[in-house]
Design a protein around this ligand. Structure first.
Ligand code: TRP
Length: 329
């Protein structure tokens, strides 16, 4: 049997080229090497308030983008976290073996709780729910960005603690960081990773942005005070534009150097914009096709939930049995 891979994205904000190059494209490439589960983590999204009608639309949009980018629902299981009760159930059971101190130490929790006036307890439990997503399916490989590696380590700590308290139950999940060059930075703030929730309209190129919007955002991207591309001295904004071009084109370094050395920034931006537009065009077309049938995505998500449900149930039963809580057997 193929090893299992699992990853997840929150249905908030707009999926952008950083999510595509850093995560989604990689999932598409590796999906057939594994038994693959790709999860839309709406229970994570509600750790901060979401407008109900927007959230529902975002879940369906994200499912459409998964498929448009090339996730094959005949092979891979595309699921919505809240449709499979095992995620929340296992999260509770794991919460009970997780010391509060472990959660208070999480850097993402510290950063996010500074932004909120009142901190929902779900925000602190966030990484336990993520551990449950992974351990529910005994996933071996978990491709995430480096900002999630602390959470993954916590998932391993929780698994280990459970195993030592109740006997061997969970497989240890491994982190799978994406290949180099896949980290896309904000167009307006090239020191920061491109974010789905950053407010500025010039920050990220969304996968569904129309060509003229893509062009406008890239033409306005932050560069530096040099007049033209100098690979030795380029600032972070220029490095980022070149990285975006290279990630979409798959050009080797020497070809990048030969082509872009001494190119003026205006021309560089035009070429990057064109590369991004032509790369996103087929994804956008497929997205329109997929969403032209309103019932289709709902069917895919229901089928995904049905396929994973037996795996989820058997883990929850196993864990309950180990802990001694009552089961239906
Ligand atoms: N916390 C992850 C993020 O923000 C999303 C996520 C939730 C996830 N559950 C997961 C990623 C399980 C990998 C595996 O990126």
């Amino acid at each position: 049997m193929k090893p299992r891979v699992l990853s997840g994205i929150q249905p908030t904000g707009n999926l952008h080229i950083g999510n595509y190059l850093g995560a989604l494209r990689n999932w598409v490439k590796i999906q057939y090497d594994y038994e693959s589960i790709f999860c839309i983590v709406d229970l994570h999204a509600v750790t901060v308030y979401q407008k109900p009608e927007d959230l529902k639309a975002k879940i369906v949009e994200l499912a459409g983008l998964f498929l448009a980018a090339g996730i094959d629902p005949k092979h891979s299981m595309v699921i919505v976290q809240s449709m499979v009760p095992g995620h929340a159930e296992l999260a509770w059971l794991l919460t009970c073996v997780t010391p509060v101190g472990w959660l208070q130490r999480m850097t993402q929790f510290k950063a996010k709780s500074e932004e909120q006036e009142t901190i929902g307890s779900g925000l602190m439990q966030y990484p336990v729910l993520m551990a449950a997503d992974i351990l529910l399916y005994q996933a071996k490989v978990v491709p995430v960005g480096d900002d999630q590696s602390q959470h993954l380590e916590l998932a391993r700590d929780i698994a280990q603690r459970f195993n030592s308290l109740y006997g061997d139950t969970f497989v240890m999940p491994e982190t799978r960081l994406p290949a180099v060059g896949a980290r896309v930075m904000g167009l307006d703030e090239p020191e920061k990773k491109m974010s789905k929730s950053a407010p500025g309209s010039g920050h990220a190129v969304a996968l569904l942005d129309p060509p003229e919007v893509i062009r406008k955002k890239i033409m306005r991207a932050t560069t530096d005070s040099n007049p033209a591309v100098d690979f030795e001295k380029a600032g972070p904004g220029v490095v980022n534009l070149l990285a975006i071009f290279q990630a979409f084109s798959d050009w080797p370094d020497d070809k990048m150097k030969a082509h872009f050395s001494d190119m003026r920034y205006g021309d560089l931006k035009k070429q990057v914009a064109e590369m991004v537009e032509t790369s996103l065009d087929p994804i956008q077309r497929r997205y329109r096709e997929i969403t032209s049938d309103p019932g289709y995505l709902d069917g895919v998500l229901r089928a995904g939930a049905e396929r994973v449900d037996p795996i989820a149930r058997s883990t929850v039963e196993l864990v309950k049995g180990r802990m001694g809580v009552y089961t239906r057997g």
